[in-house]
Design a protein around this ligand. Sequence first.
Ligand SMILES: *[C@@H]1O[C@H](CO)[C@@H](O)[C@H](O)[C@H]1NC(C)=O
Ligand SMILES: *[C@@H]1O[C@H](CO)[C@@H](O)[C@H](O)[C@H]1NC(C)=O
Ligand SMILES: *[C@@H]1O[C@H](CO)[C@@H](O)[C@H](O)[C@H]1NC(C)=O
Ligand SMILES: *[C@@H]1O[C@H](CO)[C@@H](O)[C@H](O)[C@H]1NC(C)=O
Length: 145
Amino acid sequence: MFGRPSSNSFLLSVTSVVLVGLFCLSTLQTVEGVQCYVCSWSPADSNRADVCTRKNFSESVRTHSCETGCETVTVFDKNGRLDFFYRNCAANTSSITGTCVNETSKAITKEICNCNSNYCNQSSGLEQQLGIVLSGILALLMIQF
Ligand SMILES: *[C@@H]1O[C@H](CO)[C@@H](O)[C@H](O)[C@H]1NC(C)=O
Ligand SMILES: *[C@@H]1O[C@H](CO)[C@@H](O)[C@H](O)[C@H]1NC(C)=O
Ligand SMILES: *[C@@H]1O[C@H](CO)[C@@H](O)[C@H](O)[C@H]1NC(C)=O
Ligand SMILES: *[C@@H]1O[C@H](CO)[C@@H](O)[C@H](O)[C@H]1NC(C)=O
């Protein structure tokens, strides 16, 4: 295909489709935010099964669309025992790091992990992005040939 008179405009079209795809993607991220799991569990909930903690997580839990990102928070008591665990929208929108930090006070330690990908799942987020770009290129190829 290279060397044909149309190859320049072809490359130009591919570039613009990729750019438009990326633009749509960034709009999606800012307008619709990300999907997050919403659930909680405490060992004190003797009458409720745990479907929320990492050890016993079930993907059937409720999800919610969140503006900035998701977080999982583990609260340990002062003896280091699990006190409470929850997943929700990120509370601190100014510190989406994709990692975990511990906030320790006299009585408790809070481990806060956050992310800005759907369900805190980087790989599926990337797959979605690739999917959008690839389908854009595919659509273009079908128009061109
Ligand atoms: C973990 O999940 C299973 C079902 O997936 C449930 O039967 C069990 O009670 C849960 N464990 C706890 C501690 O709630
Ligand atoms: C939010 O995160 C920023 C940056 O890490 C931090 O300085 C600030 O204290 C946090 N705010 C709350 C309410 O935790
Ligand atoms: C936070 O503290 C808990 C309990 O002491 C520990 O298990 C965990 O590894 C710590 N996490 C980080 C990111 O330091
Ligand atoms: C993350 O994505 C992979 C592959 O799409 C999937 O198998 C896994 O269950 C996901 N994990 C969560 C926590 O959603």
